[in-house]
Structures are given as structure tokens and as C-alpha cells.
Design a protein around this ligand. Structure first.
Ligand code: BT5
Length: 326
């Protein structure tokens, strides 16, 4: 968010597709022409391409795609609980770690933290999430549902559904979910989810949901040696996606999911999740290191365990393992 009056200047430049005179800008904004020039210089430093045409004025050619809490808030409905408070930071270690600390200090249900870049982005089980600057979404949110600790993984499935819906709404591509919670496009990972919880024996105090979506990341920005092939929305569609629009869309979907969860429990999200799962209606093999089993996908259990129907008709619950769709 810019605080020096340049938002108003930007809005005037945006409203015109030709040169806007310095005199008109200074009159409309009530500041001197030198002040306008200083704001233009500051905007250029921030990545905006603005030409100055001698004795005519200024023209906005191109804007950097910066995340903006204000722009995102402006796209949310007043009734949204998720995103009522959005905190933006240009850089941090991990949005999940920061928000976990804020939640411990009492930050409210639905608080969101966004970063342009993470220097220590976290994956699951101590793995790393690569988080280059200015191209993707690194987002965490606090949820304080009235649930028991064993129900907390349900929230990750909820957020997977919200990510799929947001991608479907902003692009015309159809992502799939790989159990438990990888979001795939054409078999490549485009988003990952990390759910961290603080609980007492029989009560969840809060859950921090971390969502990383590769939005405009280019091929050369992916590090070598990733566990699975990876991609971005840009690589799949060829179009640069406005991250503020994507983020607002995602927060609205999360808000919808969270309210549905509180009103109707896990069942609706579980069914929707199963319809997006790349294993739906397919035969699966699950590898557990030295052993494996095969069977048909049979949905998700109440706690997020994968259900597989074995050839003898029995249903097996899978809590962890490496899944292959045959
Ligand atoms: C995940 O872990 O998929 C969870 C990722 C969660 C990231 C978000 S970003 C905002 C919030 N703040 C955080 O600090 N984290 C969350 P996992 O399934 O363990 O996948 C990690 C593995 O994916 C790594 O070991 C890499 O092989 C691969 N990987 C790393 N960065 C990637 C990227 N940008 N895109 C695709 N794959 C990646």
C-alpha cells in the first residue's frame, strides 16, 4: 500500500489512455508540479513505467503486479470473515510461522498474511517451499473453529477445494487434487497446502492454513530437483494473472468453504473434494516403502483418510503413503 498520495495520482493516470498534463494533475491533487514529479519518480522506482512527455505531461504505460492488501480488501464483500484483516509484508521467512505467532498473541479468526517473497517458505515434514519474489501467492490465514484436534485436517481439504475453485474461476483450466492435498495441473504441482495447529487435548485453539500457489512463475524460476514436476498458472495458460484478483477470489472461496463447514460440517467439502480428486473412479496403488496395496478409490473418510476398496470388497483406510493412479 502506498501512503504518499501516489494512489490518487495513479488513479488519474489509469483513467486516461493518453498523456495527462502535469498542470491538470497538480490542480486535481492540490499539490505542486514538483510534488507530482517526485511522486512519479517514486512510482517509477516501484516498477511503474511512466513516460514524461516534455511540455505535455505523463502517461502510465505499465504497472508492476504488486500484491496490495487495500486492493484485495476492496474486492471482498463486507460479510467476508476471511480477510477482514489482511496483513501484507514484502518479505518474510515464512507467512505460516509469522501468523502462528500472531495467533498465539490473539489475532482474530480470518486474519490473513500475504508476502511477496519468503526466505524460508515451509513445505510439509520439514520440506522447503520455493518462494521467489513478486510472481506467486504466499498466503496464510488463521481459523478458530470450534472443533476437536482430530478434525483439524478437514480444514486442509476445505482449502484444497477453495484453491481448485479459485483456479477454475480465474482461468479456464480444471485442476485436480492429488491426495492428500497437492493441487495439480496436467499432472504437475501448481499449489501446496500446509496446515499447522495449536490445540489442547479436546479443543483446537487455532489452525494456521498456509497456501502457496504458483501463479506467474516462469520455467527458469523453478529450482532443480523438485520431488514432483511443478508448474504455474502462467505456464499452463500462457496468460499473466493479476495476483490481487486471484487472491481476492481465493479468499472469497475460503470464506464460503469456512462458513459452509461451520454450518453443515465436513460432508459437503468432502464430496466436492472427491469430485476434483485425480483418483476419482480409478484404480490406485499405495506404496508404503517395502509393501503396497491396490484397490479402487472409495472417497475420503471423516478425518481425511483415503478410502480404498480392496479386490475382496473390504474398505481400507490410508493415513499416509505414496499414491499412484493406475
Ligand atoms: C507443500 O509441502 O506442498 C506445502 C507448501 C505450503 C507453502 C505455503 S506458502 C505460504 C505458507 N507459508 C509457508 O511457509 N508455507 C506455506 P510439500 O507437499 O512438502 O511439498 C514440498 C515439496 O514441493 C518440496 O520438497 C519441493 O520438492 C517441492 N516444491 C518446493 N517449492 C515448490 C514450488 N514453488 N512449486 C512446486 N513445488 C515446489
Amino acid at each position: 500500500m502506498r501512503r504518499d498520495g501516489s494512489v490518487e495520482l495513479l488513479n488519474l493516470l489509469r483513467a486516461s489512455d493518453s498523456v495527462v498534463s502535469g498542470e491538470m494533475l497538480s490542480r486535481q491533487l492540490g499539490v505542486s508540479r514538483t510534488a507530482i514529479w517526485k511522486q512519479v519518480s517514486a512510482l517509477r522506482t516501484a516498477g511503474y513505467r511512466i513516460t514524461a512527455v516534455p511540455s505535455q505531461g505523463y502517461r502510465l504505460l505499465d504497472e508492476p503486479d504488486l500484491l496490495s492488501d487495500k486492493a484485495i480488501c476492496g474486492m471482498l464483500d463486507d460479510s467476508c470473515l476471511i480477510g477482514k484483516r489482511i496483513i501484507y509484508t514484502p518479505e518474510t521467512g515464512s507467512t505460516n510461522s509469522d501468523l502462528f505467532r500472531l495467533a498465539e498473541e490473539g489475532a482474530a479468526d480470518g486474519t490473513v498474511l500475504l508476502a511477496e517473497r519468503q526466505t524460508a517458505g515451509k513445505g510439509r515434514l520439514g520440506r522447503r517451499w520455493d518462494s521467489p519474489e513478486g510472481v506467486n501467492l504466499y498466503c496464510s490465514l488463521i481459523l478458530r473453529p470450534d472443533i476437536q484436534p482430530f478434525e483439524a485436517p478437514q480444514l486442509t481439504f476445505l482449502s484444497a477445494v477453495a484453491v481448485v475453485r479459485a483456479i477454475r474461476s480465474v482461468t479456464d483450466i480444471r485442476p485436480a487434487i492429488k491426495w492428500p492435498n497437492d493441487i495439480l495441473l496436467n499432472g504437475r504441482k501448481v499449489a501446496g497446502l500446509l496446515n499447522e495447529m495449536n490445540a489442547e487435548t479436546d479443543r483446537v485453539l487455532f489452525v494456521v492454513l498456509g497456501i502457496g500457489v504458483n501463479i506467474n512463475m516462469r520455467g527458469e524460476q523453478f529450482p532443480p530437483g523438485l520431488r514432483y514436476p511443478a508448474t504455474s498458472l502462467f505456464l499452463e495458460t500462457g496468460a499473466v494473472i493479476t495476483r490481487n484478483v486471484f487472491t481476492a477470489t481465493l479468499l472469497k472461496e475460503l470464506d464460503y468453504e469456512y462458513k459452509r463447514f461451520r454450518d453443515s460440517g465436513f460432508a459437503p467439502a468432502r464430496e466436492e473434494w472427491a469430485s476434483y480428486c485425480n483418483a476419482a473412479g480409478r484404480e490406485l496403488q499405495v506404496n508404503f516403502g517395502s509393501s503396497s496395496l491396490r484397490g479402487m478409490f472409495a472417497g475420503l473418510d471423516y478425518d481425511g483418510a483415503l478410502l480404498i476398496k480392496l479386490p475382496d470388497g473390504n474398505i481400507e483406510r490410508i493415513l499416509s503413503g505414496d499414491l499412484t493412479v493406475l
